[in-house]
Ligand binder design. Structure first.
Ligand SMILES: Nc1ncnc2c1ncn2[C@@H]1O[C@H](COP(=O)(O)OP(=O)(O)O)[C@@H](O)[C@H]1O
Ligand SMILES: [Mg+2]
Length: 273
């Protein structure tokens, strides 16, 4: 028998690997691109606040007013710095290593990026974060997943509403679980099997904040969660809402430090939970 079929398979595997990497890169850029408009608006607001308080400090020479002005300028600048750092981390992230991560902090950082947007679309976010053990995760990647789920949840409630973000410890399974629940349109049962497919979307294009319509969000979420050997589950009822649950491994007490942290590798084509 000729050796060529084997060679073809090796070549095809390599090509699949390259394409997967390109898709992951597209997903990362989409996530960052989608945040551009939100972050520009947020920055503009912070700058307005800085400019106005600087003016106030220049007009009023008394110490109390100046202290107040400096205080406001400092807190607006700190918030701006935090936001740029998060976005830079999301954009740069090419590392594939997991390390023990403070999950509460991770959730709070993701919510910070979307706080203004949620207000704008009249979505109240109920945050219920238990004190959970540290997760063995790549923080940037899980933040990217969370941002995607939050944006989808917001878009499922075009007239506003309420969503719940919950962090709990499942001691039996040895996981930290992150739940994003919305009370929006829901997903019909016949569509549910497709939502994790690359390029599957029911949106006609980006909304007025520049988000959605690529169909890349959930496929990227699934790849990231699979690489973590975690699970992503979805329950949905049309007209009632949708809940996504991420189950992520807890970092053991003797977990390896970052330098020797395990590398995350996705297993292609495993069926989704
Ligand atoms: N929370 C949700 N509520 C209702 N439908 C959802 C929700 N999350 C995802 N979907 C559905 O899954 C599809 C794919 O989502 P996603 O991969 O993020 O792509 P996109 O947001 O660009 O459409 C969406 O178009 C939508 O139909
Ligand atoms: Mg999306």
């Amino acid at each position: 028998m000729s050796a060529s079929p084997d060679v073809d398979i090796v070549e095809l595997r390599q090509q699949v690997e390259v394409l997967r990497e390109q898709l992951a890169q597209a997903g990362r850029l989409t996530a960052v691109g989608e945040l551009t408009s939100t972050i520009t608006h947020e920055f503009n607001n912070l700058l307005m606040s800085i400019i106005n308080y600087a003016r106030m400090g220049m007009r009023h020479k008394d110490e109390a007013t100046r202290d107040k002005a400096f205080d406001r300028i400092l807190s607006a600048s700190n918030r701006a710095a935090k936001i740029t750092n998060s976005v830079l981390a999301l954009a740069r992230n090419r590392s594939n290593t997991a390390e023990p991560t403070d999950m509460k902090q991770l959730v709070e950082d993701a919510l910070l990026l979307l706080e203004r947007e949620m207000r704008k679309y009249r979505v109240a976010v109920d945050v219920e974060l238990d004190d959970v053990p540290r997760g063995m995760v790549n923080g940037n990647q899980i933040q990217q997943v969370l941002v995607n789920l939050l944006i989808n949840a917001r878009q499922a409630m075009p007239r506003g509403g309420r969503m719940i973000v919950r962090l709990v410890h499942d001691a039996e399974a040895g996981t930290v679980d992150l739940v994003v629940r919305d009370f929006g349109c829901g997903i019909p049962a016949d569509k549910l099997p497709h939502i994790f497919d690359s390029f599957y979307t029911t949106k006609s294009g980006p909304d007025d904040s520049g988000k959605g319509g690529t169909g890349l969000g959930l496929s990227m979420c699934r790849d990231i969660i699979e690489a973590h050997h975690g699970r992503i589950r979805v329950e949905s009822t049309v007209g009632k809402g949708t809940a996504f649950t991420l189950k992520l491994p807890v970092a053991s007490a003797t977990a390896a430090p970052a330098a020797t942290a395990p590398t995350l590798t996705a297993t292609p084509n495993t069926p989704t939970a």
